[in-house]
Design a protein around this ligand. Structure first.
Ligand code: FAD
Length: 414
């Protein structure tokens, strides 16, 4: 071994403080969550309806729309979006998802579309302050959940009219049927499996696309979820995300047996996962803070229940787990924004940890409130229901573990 001849430079920098713009943004969104979302959350959960007045209010103050998204994305640390999501979902999971569901469609357009398609369709997903709209991303099908390769929805090109014709059924689509713009994935060449798939814009009012009745859910009830049917839906050739030339090249590569760029597809998912993880952290933090206050005030055996180690230690663990999950989310968000390689599935780690923490923390919060925690009079009951989806959608916890295990081993883990 040689001696270490390096020296620690005074210019080496590392810090975890947020800058002033980030704390301003976080505090501004928190104000909206505290003043507008939280007070209305129980009502919209009961009604199980999209909270259009809240979306409109968010759009009016510039918290919902294309420009806001561009602003948060322009933060080179990558932290603005997780900061916003944590605060919105601290306010409420269901209302938070009603405000964030559109970003699933936007992420798909951003991931697969051309710059022209981005400029044309993303603003239409949001509408404007006077008449806000929502977007939907429809990928899951009854027979294709975790196994995206089992997709059956077909897209066939009609050369005579330069149109794509979509037929099939999509399941559990957030904002399905009520969205202005639907982004739909479909098979263009069944012989190529998941490499023969593409994504399409279905413009507002296109005949043949119908959302069935809204699905009744355990949680996130203010967010609309529906199955979507596509019956001879004709969309212009320009609605193929990425364009025909790029699709033909991709299909030709697949047909010639060239290896797929798995990295690219995986990277798109890894990029979006910290933003979802931040939503789970928001719900967990809301429950933790409520339980902490309750434990300080609830008296049993002549003392506040927090004076029992069993309760105080539970709260200490809840806080620690939330902070640990947030660090994983911030790391993955920073990596994504700064083009780092997700060599160990760091995006998946962030979503996996945050989702599991949200489930555990909200469950502990209910326990700390005792019988009161089981009642709708306290928000932890709703938070407990809302948290569970975070181990299921956007890739289940098992699928996240699969991604991490494959990344660290380089093996085909099943
Ligand atoms: C409220 C809500 C909103 C949603 N929003 C959208 C949306 O906007 N757009 C969209 O496209 N989809 C959406 N989804 C669908 C969601 O992404 C899927 O439900 C999810 O991907 C899981 O698919 P699945 O339900 O078919 O479960 P399955 O894939 O059937 O999985 C069932 C169980 O088997 C496990 N499993 C499956 N394969 C493996 C494996 N190889 N190894 C180990 N375990 C495995 C899973 O982890 C899970 O525990 C939404 C779902 C819900 C409930």
């Amino acid at each position: 071994m040689t001696l270490w001849h390096g020296k620690v430079s005074a210019r080496m920098e590392f810090w975890l403080d947020l800058n002033e713009e980030q704390t301003d943004l976080r505090d501004w969104v928190h104000g909206f969550a505290e003043g507008v979302i939280r007070p209305a959350a129980a009502e919209w959960d009961e009604r199980e309806e999209t909270p259009w007045p809240i979306i409109q209010e968010a759009a009016k103050i510039g918290l919902y729309g294309f420009e806001f998204l561009v602003n948060t994305w322009s933060d080179t640390t990558g932290l603005s979006l997780p900061l916003v999501n944590e605060e919105l979902f601290w306010g409420d999971g269901g209302v938070g998802m009603a405000l964030s569901g559109t970003s699933l469609a936007v992420a798909a357009i951003y991931g697969s579309g051309t710059p022209d398609q981005l400029v044309e369709w993303v603003p239409q997903c949001f509408g404007d302050a006077a008449e806000p709209k929502v977007g939907a991303f429809c990928s899951t099908e009854p027979e294709a959940g975790s196994d995206v390769g089992a997709m059956r929805t077909r897209a066939v090109y009609d050369e005579a009219t330069d149109e794509w014709i979509l037929n099939g059924q999509k399941a559990y689509a957030t904002n399905g049927g009520i969205a202005a713009v639907h982004v739909v994935t479909a098979v263009v060449d069944p012989a190529l499996g998941s490499r023969g798939q593409a994504a399409f814009i279905v413009p507002p009012g296109t005949p043949g696309l119908t959302g069935t009745r809204k699905l009744k859910k355990l949680g996130l009830r203010a967010s609309h979820t529906a199955d979507v049917f596509l019956d001879d839906v004709r969309v212009p050739g320009s609605c193929l995300l990425g364009g025909k030339e790029s699709l033909d090249e991709r299909l030709a590569r697949a047909r010639s047996g060239q290896r797929a760029s798995r990295q690219a597809a995986m990277r798109t998912f890894e990029l979006s996962r910290p933003a979802v993880g931040a939503q789970a952290i928001g719900i967990a933090r809301g429950a933790y803070e409520y339980a902490l206050e309750y434990a300080k005030n609830r008296v049993q055996f002549g003392r506040p229940i927090i004076e029992n180690q069993a309760i105080a230690f539970a709260l200490a663990d809840m806080k620690m787990e939330i902070d640990a999950a947030r660090l994983l989310v911030w790391r993955a968000a920073w990596m994504g924004r700064n083009d780092r390689t997700f060599a160990a599935g760091e995006g998946s780690m962030s979503k996996l940890k945050a989702g599991e923490v949200a489930v555990a923390v909200t469950e502990k919060a209910v326990q700390i409130l005792g019988g009161a925690g089981y009642l709708r009079e306290h928000p932890v009951e709703r938070m407990y229901r809302d948290a569970k989806i975070y181990t299921i959608f956007e890739g289940t916890s098992e699928i996240q573990r699969l991604v991490i295990a494959r990344a660290i081993s380089g093996m085909q883990i099943r």
